[in-house]
Design a protein around this ligand. Sequence first.
Ligand code: MN3
Length: 203
Amino acid sequence: MKTTPYELPPLPYSTDALDGFLSSEVLELHHGKHHAGYVKKLNATLEALAEARSKNRTEELPGLTRKLAFHGSGHVLHSLYWTSMSPGGGGKPTGELATALERDFGGFDAFREQFTAASEGAEASGWGLLVHEPLGGRLMITAAESHQNMAFQGARPLLACDVWEHAYYLGYQNRRADYVKRFFDVIDWESVAARYADSVGSK
Ligand code: MN3
């Protein structure tokens, strides 16, 4: 029996749907080249691991294990990034997610301030993330460096802001702060709330 390869999920909207925030050129390159590249390399890494196992080439395992974390986390976070945004997004969350943001950050504005600072300040290439940590039953903000570093293990990402230069440079040049600020205009809070409810329900 063989597991099926990972696949590039389609964008949940057309490439010009976020015009004004990100151009179709940015979305086409980011989704069709960058994200697709992570999926391809994730599958290639899994194949290389299977090959190394079957031929007892144990010396290859540490390097491949690193690649697995990088490309796999890249795929997971990009999949989350696309569904973190919507052309009808923006505003503020309601319901249980709003209550949880109040409980764990002291309100939406305080959450936004910390999320913005974490995203703007992620070193080099990285991500700003809102995560649900099921062991303590709370929301936290983390900043991933690269894709896989600085993870709070076991915490489930609910909202992801890509701050690699390829995410914003064509539209914002070096103005990462402007891009992060405007990211809030397109956040799909319904989709974030659904992931939160799912994570709370499945702990
Ligand atoms: Mn990216």
